[in-house]
Ligand binder design. Sequence first.
Ligand SMILES: C[S@@+](CC[C@H](N)C(=O)[O-])C[C@H]1O[C@@H](n2cnc3c(N)ncnc32)[C@H](O)[C@@H]1O
Length: 374
Amino acid sequence: MQNKKQNKIVNFEIDNIDPLGQGVSKIDNKIVFIPKTLPGEKGQATITKKKGKVFFAEANKIETAAEKRIEAECPHYDQCSGCSFLHTDYESELNFKKITLERAFAQLTPTQVQVIGAKERFHYRNRVQLHYHKNSKTIGQHKRMSHYIVETKNCLLGTPEVQEKLQEVYDEKFWSKLSNQPPTGHLEIYKDGESASISYNQNYATGGFTQVNEQMNIELNEYIFQIMNSAEPKNCVELFGGNGNISRKFKEQNPDFKRILIDIYPHQISSDDDLFLNLNIYKTEISEFKSSLSKSFPKIDCLIIDPPRSGYKELVNFLREFEPKEIIYVSCDHQTLRRDLSQVEGYEFKSITLVDLFPSTHHFETVIHLVKKQ
Ligand SMILES: C[S@@+](CC[C@H](N)C(=O)[O-])C[C@H]1O[C@@H](n2cnc3c(N)ncnc32)[C@H](O)[C@@H]1O
């Protein structure tokens, strides 16, 4: 394949699935990413873009379909970039995610990946973000690799409250609500008690971060509880701790357990025993942490860390300073998770667990438990 052959039609055969859920094919010795395809599938695709040495294409025709191919339940799936696996069943989706995680950690540890799958593939998101364009009067999700907006009125991911609110934004009258807003922007529909509300052009997660999948957050909490219950820490520091969600169940069941929660968003804390530090962790030197943490905890039993996708590059230095006995790293980005943990020495991987908080999409949560070597 020549380098500048966009719109060229090519024959493909899919070898495997990449971490973004795209099929990967080798055509004339070039790597081509083709979303919404499955391993073993053959067909025709149109090359749409080249980036560095790799190409991106859209499948036009599947000539040999995989056994696991199914009809997507969502009417927007062909166009929308929000979901990646609706052309196959949930079991296969989970398996692709597991392989992604196994590959990421294969060279770091022989620890086997465990999986906690979701019970519901749809109707779980308590927040959805949509883009709008006033001139063209379109609201929805971006098309893959473009700023073109695909209308997603029948998106299946929102909770019933969010889905009901979603219908309002597709009513002609809705445009008057955007009269004071810029010509292009975004809005967020979020569950607000028994109904849903809308915020306009605000930061993601209006009112402070909460996990988007409440059902799976219970599973996540339960799983972390089991880890902590076997480790029996007396205290923990929760970096990027938000409202203390991750260790909540352990705290509830162990009233003497003490926590320090650290987050940039100023959360209210409910227990007198908890301490909240309102800090920008990325801008806090290890020496500053030392002066504020060692007053309360001369020794940290358990470090819980649950950063945004960018991870926490300073983890290795934090560990050198504080040497916690246990680490529970919760991450929504396995690549930054791997980057951060590949530097860590003197700890043993106890478990690596995929918790599927984001079914239908290529995203997932990973929980890694490490214990300090004796
Ligand atoms: C993935 S969320 C986890 C929150 C919490 N552990 C939970 O389960 O609800 C990441 C958290 O990092 C916080 N955060 C983002 N950037 C930060 C920064 N620079 N310094 C401190 N906290 C930050 C966010 O406010 C958010 O609460």
